[in-house]
Write a protein that binds this ligand. Structure first.
Ligand code: ATP
Length: 293
């Protein structure tokens, strides 16, 4: 769908992007993750043609691509109604007359603001403004939608709404590029992720593959004398919060061994659980940076 080849961007002497190369397939949600200042917005603006002064190339596949860009900063006119904001963006995209009216109604329904279409934006909550901001970016039915931090300052209800919209967009065959520094969101809505740090892509793959590549599954065990002496045969053991973390390629076997030992020795077990590998830990181990301060 989209190929980013050796893209570099400088703001004066400052390097914002360095040798960024990516291949984003059609019909997925691609998550761009990185801390503040990593270069996510700059890359998205380049893909959306908002920034045109850069080195390298952006190539789209042959199919006709209509790009929708939802900026990080809310770009709405507060003194106008939701409907009039959508009209304005629809007209920018060349929609007119009945088509514009029909599409505005569709988008108001899509973003869950049908009942609030006539109300001025200044009376909206942060989450409603975010949803309308997305609505403005999809008036022309784009098939590549670029969303820059769409859930910042958003209440849980609007957040859920935005995730459901993304699911519907994917079902309709659209491709989404989604920037965030909330790793849980990327894990929930994206199939593929690119990790950015200091203007570089430091990892880029299917989320499951990233986790398999960088994290050994582990089991957490807590209780009195509940680890078999020979457990190190099955994984590496380290102390953690009054218990033990046993990292092993076969965590189920570790659990079986612990349970068999407990049964045989009648010892007391407080906790035994599979530890879910987290993308956030992978990001930290690759970059030494936390996503949020
Ligand atoms: N217009 C600009 N002029 C000068 N420097 C800029 C400009 N825009 C961004 N930068 C710098 O380029 C780097 C990348 O910024 P960018 O906004 O792309 O990062 P980001 O990952 O989107 O961060 P955030 O999550 O804070 O939006 C940062 O060091 C930033 O200070």
């Amino acid at each position: 769908m989209l190929m980013v080849n050796n893209v570099e961007k400088y703001y004066g002497k400052k390097t914002a992007l360095s040798n960024v190369t990516l291949d984003i397939p059609k019909g997925i949600c691609y998550g761009l993750v990185g801390p503040n200042g990593a270069g996510k917005s700059t890359l998205m603006k380049i893909i959306a043609s908002v920034i045109q002064d850069y080195k390298g190339t952006i190539q789209f596949t042959n199919e006709k691509i209509r790009v929708g860009y939802v900026p990080q900063d809310i770009a709405l006119e507060e003194t106008l109604s939701a409907r009039d904001n959508l009209y304005f963006f629809g007209e920018l995209y060349g929609l007119k007359g009945k088509t514009l009216k029909k599409r505005t109604n569709e988008v108001l329904t899509e973003i869950g603001l049908k009942e609030r279409g006539k109300d001025k934006v200044q009376s909206f909550s942060g989450g409603m403004k975010r949803r309308l901001n997305i609505g403005c970016g999809i008036m022309h039915k784009p098939n590549l939608i670029i969303m820059d931090e769409p859930t910042v300052g958003v209440d849980p209800q609007s957040r859920r709404y935005i995730f459901q919209m993304i699911e519907r967009m994917k079902e309709a065959g659209s491709t989404i590029i989604y920037a965030s520094h909330y790793m849980e969101e990327i894990e929930n809505v994206c199939e593929v992720a690119g990790f950015m740090d200091h203007g570089r892509i430091v990892e880029n793959d299917h989320i499951d593959t990233i986790l398999k590549k960088h994290v050994t599954p582990s089991v957490y065990v807590k209780g009195n004398n509940c680890l078999p002496e020979d457990i190190s045969k099955y994984g590496s053991v380290q102390s953690k919060e009054d218990g033990y973390l046993v990292s092993s390629d076969n965590p189920i076997l570790v659990m079986e061994k612990v349970l068999a030992f407990i049964k045989k020795n009648n010892t007391e077990l407080e906790r035994l659980e599979l530890v879910k590998p987290r993308l956030e830990d992978v990001f930290f181990s690759l970059t030494g940076s936390k996503l949020r301060d």
